[in-house]
Design a protein around this ligand. Structure first.
Ligand code: SF4
Length: 365
């Protein structure tokens, strides 16, 4: 079967046969805080949302209200179908480091419309999980310049509090961010997504300054635990589009695969082998590719919130099967025991290096 995205032929694989079009998220309600309508990007957002004929409310007191339901479940449902357009507070301009992913993190938005039952946002954001988009994005981007170290390459992560591509059809903020970084020197923007609507990103002048990463997992993990996201085959196809040279119809981006969260599910070797085989078949051309490998972990706080959001989850969060790891601030997280970690790590390093000898594995955690 000919590949319509370019000259590099993609063999017919199971991934393509299973492909189905993923429906982009539409919030039931978009709340603009009144002050955002004074800002140029806020005005642009209002125009976009109005063009999409979504329900718009203006909040005069700059507070997003109406998120509380009668039960936890109802609150979750209301919040996850609400998008608020707000002004990021002054704290958003004091960037924090985010090792090992990047030197600094900054945020285009907070929250995500998907429903991953292990979602790391449960441990990092508080309150009902509404999606908040920052209308002062141009100021946030200008502020990034203050954190560039002129003596070395500086990296910035934009996916700590959101999946930026999940909102792109509504905001256009990721494209603005990529173009902004394209005009800077000695920097890298890094984002990661589980979404596949990458076409609007392909023509951008990124100047090689953005590493576009796709988050992947074993198919059964995606199917059971990542509701509201495109399937693995579609994500791999999106990765291929991002990585293909522009002359071949792609985006020509440096790309990455974030394998997360890695879990020793039953048949994990077979399942992850199948995933890596699909990747190998699809990324069958030379490109700048990296891997980041992140095993599943949870904290007492994130477990508590996730069990409220997903009371029937099949996600294993059993402390007796884990060991405790303390962070430098004394916080507790539960990770897999040493022997299991060793076995997993050896498997992934071996299988990735064999298939992608030129790709860097950036870290294992
Ligand atoms: Fe959370 Fe990422 Fe899933 Fe969104 S896609 S729900 S941010 S894990």
């Amino acid at each position: 079967m000919a590949d319509t995205t370019g000259l590099i032929e993609l063999p017919e694989i199971e991934a393509q046969k299973q492909e189905k079009v993923f429906k982009l998220w539409k919030p039931k309600r978009v709340v603009f805080n009144a002050e955002t309508l004074e800002l140029p990007y806020g005005k642009q957002l209002l125009q976009r949302i109005d063009d999409l004929r979504l329900k718009i409310d203006i909040s005069k007191n700059n507070r997003v209200t109406g998120l509380k339901g009668k039960t936890e479940k109802e609150t979750y449902q209301i919040a996850k179908s609400t998008m608020a357009i707000v002004v990021a507070p002054p704290s958003a301009f004091r960037l924090r480091p985010i090792p090992p992913s990047a030197d600094w993190q900054f945020h285009l938005a907070e929250g995500c419309p998907a429903h991953c039952q292990y979602c790391y946002l449960a441990g990092s954001l508080s309150g009902p999980p509404a999606i908040r988009v920052f209308a002062n994005l141009p100021d946030i981007l200008e502020n990034v310049k203050n954190y560039i170290d002129p003596t070395r390459f500086t990296t910035f992560e934009a996916s700590c509090y959101t999946d930026p591509l999940s909102l792109e059809h509504l905001t256009g903020g990721l494209a603005q961010t990529i173009s902004f970084f394209g005009g800077l020197g000695n920097v890298q923007l890094r984002f990661v997504t589980k979404f596949d609507a990458v076409d609007s990103l392909l023509p951008l002048d990124h100047n090689g300054n953005t590493r576009a990463r796709i988050s992947l997992n074993a198919s059964s993990v995606a199917r059971k635990l990542e509701s509201g996201t495109p399937n693995i085959a579609s994500r791999i196809k999106a990765l291929r589009k991002l990585a293909l040279p522009k002359a071949e119809g792609g985006g020509g981006y440096p790309v990455g695969v974030v394998l997360a969260p890695i879990m020793p599910i039953p048949n994990w070797k077979e399942e992850y082998t199948d995933l890596l085989n699909q990747l190998e078949t699809s990324i069958n051309f030379s490109c700048d590719l990296t891997f980041e490998l992140i095993t599943h972990r949870f904290t007492p706080g994130s477990k508590d919130i996730l069990l409220k959001w997903y009371p029937n989850t099949t996600l294993e969060m059993d402390e007796s099967l884990r060991i405790v790891k303390k962070n430098k601030f004394g916080g507790t997280k539960y990770v897999y025991p040493k022997e299991m970690m060793k076995e997993l790590k050896e498997f992934f390093y071996q299988e990735i290096s064999r298939r992608f000898p030129k790709a860097d594995i950036l870290y294992w955690t």
